[in-house]
Design a protein around this ligand. Structure first.
Ligand code: GLY
Length: 588
């Protein structure tokens, strides 16, 4: 059974049982608090919370998808037998349509009857703090004759929330044996019974003041990684031995572990890159674009060492598009873009890569044939130089070092990195002091308008929005901020209206000196990566009800009342890079 058949069987199974089959959402989610889509449930968040109407949108309360997912936390592990950055996730979802019994019955039937697999064991939630043990799931599994039911804790069998706030709840997982008789988790069935208004880390800390609230309806959210399932169904030892991977990558089954590892990294990273480019991501130095750049560069390093030519990499990419393009049409439709983007990024990096690898050989030389100075520590400055001069990122340096039994001083690298940032920032500030800073009346007013605009963007588009850059002249302001899509005309109007409402209210602009820690504690906006002194000044603007609408670390100067500003107008809204937008505005 190949991956096409597994996808079809899954979707048909759930379609026959009253589920609407929907396409995968993009790898880049609309939720700005998460960088990538990591699970099938993300596109359905509003339906679990009762904010979306599934009946109206889908004609049913139940849906099923094959979702493109990305998880980058294990990127360094890719190359072993099981880690991937991109994977496909089969999932069925219900927003009040059915509960635990049906969800478990469906999963049991699909695994044991449809796929003919044997369940090794299942897990259920043992309870934590005020959240009770999931007795109901346990009884359902017992009624199905499953003998081995293991109770596990919050870290393993409690899902969510993804991002900053969302549905969450206990899970029950299904394990099957692989060909080597190891138990592999293949299906995670989540019962979204709760809502938590913060991150998973806050929830697990147990000290957050935010409260877990029960949801009005039971939500079901399941996730089954296709690659792992394919591995079990095809009875092969690793995901890289499945028919899907075999079709597109020139993976060596012979050869040393090192050679196998290189092939796997290339296969994984090129597959992920193809999907990211098809979803509109372009290599850059920020956010999703930076992840894409790292993936491309890492695959090039491995290709160079193997060696595998750029033409061969292009062939692998075309094979990937061939293997997945029928199901994910965006790959087929954008074949040329995918190849062009990859090739242009590859060519830019290729010439410096050769030099970078030579430099690395000098730092970490071969003592005799295939032997290196095991245990040698490469200093932070040396790694920073590889990064700065040759584009060999820290993860590439780590990869290369691992192979040679050397270590990298990661902390030292970050110290060097930050020192460099400060030097370039100091350079920019010097220039600023040398006459660039505009302290005209127009610039001062626009400075205050800039604070109001950031506050309005956060209020209307999401509190996670961060300032990424700014520039003010006497004529106009410019703000760069984190946001992953174009603003609609309506959103621009609402933002503009909000700023003008605060202007007309004639609010006081107050400067307060305080210790840096205090300013950080009250959550004053600061520029990412900037270094502030012990005592800082914070500008505060309060609305009439006494709510602070804007608080920013800032040297000023500002007007003292917002009514001095006149009328604010957005002149232009555009992309700066993936995940960063720019607004230019004026006061009329
Ligand atoms: N949301 C369920 C999972 O990703 O496993």
């Amino acid at each position: 059974m190949n991956s096409d058949e597994i996808r079809n069987r899954f979707l048909n199974f759930f379609e026959k049982r009253g589920h609407k089959i929907l396409p995968s959402a993009s790898l880049i989610p609309s939720d700005p608090t998460v960088l990538f889509t990591t699970a099938g449930m993300q596109q359905f968040k509003p339906y679990y919370l009762g904010e979306g109407d599934a009946m109206r949108d889908f004609g049913t309360l139940n849906t099923a998808t094959v979702q493109k997912c990305m998880r980058t936390s294990d990127i360094d592990e890719v190359g072993d037998e099981s880690h991937l950055t991109f994977f496909e996730m089969l999932g069925n979802f219900s927003f009040g349509g059915y509960g635990k019994r049906e969800a478990i019955f469906y999963a049991h039937e699909f695994i044991t009857k449809e796929l003919g697999l044997e369940i090794s064991y299942v897990t259920v939630f043992e309870g934590w703090d005020d959240i009770p043990k999931d007795e109901e799931s346990k009884q359902i599994w017992q009624s199905l004759g499953v003998q081995d039911i293991r109770e596990e804790g919050i870290l393993d069998v409690f899902w969510g929330p993804t991002g900053d706030g969302g549905p969450c709840g206990p899970t029950t997982e299904i394990y099957c044996k692989n060909v080597a008789e190891h138990d592999i988790e293949i299906w995670n069935i989540v019962f979204n019974q709760f809502y938590f208004p913060g991150t998973r880390e806050e929830l697990l800390s147990g000290t957050s003041e935010k409260e877990l609230k029960p949801l009005a309806q039971m939500g079901v959210d399941t996730g089954m990684g296709l690659e792992r399932l394919e591995m079990i169904v095809q009875k092969v030892p690793t995901i890289f031995d499945t028919s899907s991977f075999k079709k597109f990558a020139f993976l060596s089954t012979a050869g040393s572990e090192k050679i196998k590892r290189r092939g796997r990294i290339i296969a994984d990273h090129l597959r992920t890159s193809a999907f990211l480019i098809a979803d509109g991501v372009r290599p850059s130095n920020k956010e999703a674009g930076y992840v894409l750049r790292r993936l491309i560069r890492r695959s090039l390093v491995q290709a160079k060492i193997l060696p595998l030519s750029l033409d061969s990499l292009e062939t692998i990419l075309r094979n990937i598009i061939g293997e997945y393009g029928e199901f994910y049409n965006e790959l087929k439709n954008q074949e040329k873009i995918i190849i062009d983007e990859f090739t242009s990024e590859a060519e830019k990096f290729y010439s410096s890569l050769e030099k970078g690898l030579k430099e690395f050989d000098k730092i970490c030389p071969e003592i005799s044939n295939g032997f290196y100075q095991v245990g040698k520590v490469i200093s932070g400055e040396e790694i920073f130089n590889l990064h700065q001069t040759y584009g060999l990122t820290i993860d590439i340096a780590k990869d290369l070092s691992k192979e040679r039994g050397c270590k990298v001083d990661e902390e030292g690298f970050w110290t060097a990195f930050k020192k460099h940032q400060r030097i370039s920032r100091a350079g920019a500030e010097q220039k600023f002091k040398g006459g660039l800073a505009d302290q005209s009346e127009g610039a001062i007013k626009l400075h205050t308008a800039h604070h109001l605009l950031l506050a309005a963007l956060q209020k209307i588009l999401g509190k996670e929005i961060k300032q990424k850059g700014s520039n003010i002249t006497s004529e106009r302001l410019r703000i760069d901020f984190s946001f992953d899509r174009k603003l609609t005309d309506e959103e621009k109007d609402i933002v503009e209206d909000q700023v003008n409402e605060w202007i007309s209210a004639g609010l006081d602009v107050v400067r307060k000196e305080m210790k840096r820690e205090k300013a950080e504690k009250i959550g004053a906006e600061m520029e990412f990566g900037a270094k502030y002194p012990e005592m800082v000044s914070v500008y505060l603007i309060e609305d009439r009800a006494g709510n602070i609408i804007s608080k920013e670390f800032c040297g000023g100067p500002h007007v003292s009342k917002t009514s001095e500003l006149g009328k604010f107008k957005i002149k232009k809204e555009e992309a700066v890079s993936a995940g960063v937008r720019r607004i230019k505005g004026v006061l009329e």
